[in-house]
Design a protein around this ligand. Sequence first.
Ligand code: PLV
Length: 361
Amino acid sequence: MAWGLLEQGVLLRWSLCLSFPSLGPDNASPSVQRAPITRAMDKKPFHIVSPLLESLSLSRAGGTRVYIKLENVQPAGSFKIRGIGHLCQEAARRGCRGFVCSSGGNAGMAAAYAAKKLGMPITVVVPSTTGPGTVRKLEELGAKVEVSGQVWDEANRRALELAETEGWVNIHPFDHPLVWQGHASLVQELKDSLDTKPDAIVLAVGGGGLLAGVVAGLHQVGWQDVPIIAAETWGAHSFHAALAADRLVTLPDITSVAKCLGAKTVAARALECAQECQVISQVVEDTEAVQAVEQFLDDERMLVQPACGAALALLYTGRLQRLQHEGRLRPSLGSVVVVVCGGAGIQVAQLQALKSQLGLE
Ligand code: PLV
């Protein structure tokens, strides 16, 4: 592959380009040898335009018209393919020779899916809390899987090490401008299909990549006055803690069952987003997130991870109305969009196991 022919300095420059895109690929030396452009490296994105449906049950629960943006039907099972797919395509276009991605599961699924499309080798590093079902799915997509550490942050350290020693491009699950740019497409789709802008967007926050992408999208379509309601679970509430302290906070551990929300520290960009837009942080209990998963399965016949349940729980538990009563949202809302972020790492048996773990039976 072209990579082997490149000089060390150029290699370093390229990996820096990917880490710090302000250096930009197109500012790179024109003598850089590029990998042959395959069709998958072309600009056609890997994600689909996801359905936007009105949910009667969530509208009833939220007391307003609620639209669900169904990111759970994306390739690889979540919104992650938007940004991760974009980052992988860009990295491949610039001639990298392999990817490494640390993940709670879904970013890895998206990266493995993109790598397969691009014909690129990938190693996904997951913490031991990522279930065997997800590991199997990653392997089925052709990824090499390494289990390292107990939480995502530890897996991430290993991924950074591999990127350095093996010369692979690190596909960060949430903290990269190209990831945010890819996620921003979600807002453009909302703009294309809604007659009027929503009065709020509800989404889950892990490391803050989805939040950063939605804020980028709101800027792009001129909707920066739309409030965002950011959901987390206690025990994975690194964004809530950072907002309260007005600086990045590292949680001592991830104790929530919503492991995919479990970055102990959010991206710095997540905090900046709260300065640029109205971001209302809300934290739910694990029990509320898991009950929301089950309720959503009953109501909409779709099974999502507790990470997504956290966002749904805001509606099922009446938090929306509470925010209205508190004056943090307008007293009368036209419509609200919930990003159904999805998640591939859940089966009925696992939902059952979570319920008994949390004493919900
Ligand atoms: N999950 C990341 C980080 O995990 C991952 O590696 O898959 N909803 C779902 C279903 C998710 O999988 C994630 C992130 C989020 C929401 C939160 O997205 P973020 O990190 O962009 O805020 C540790």
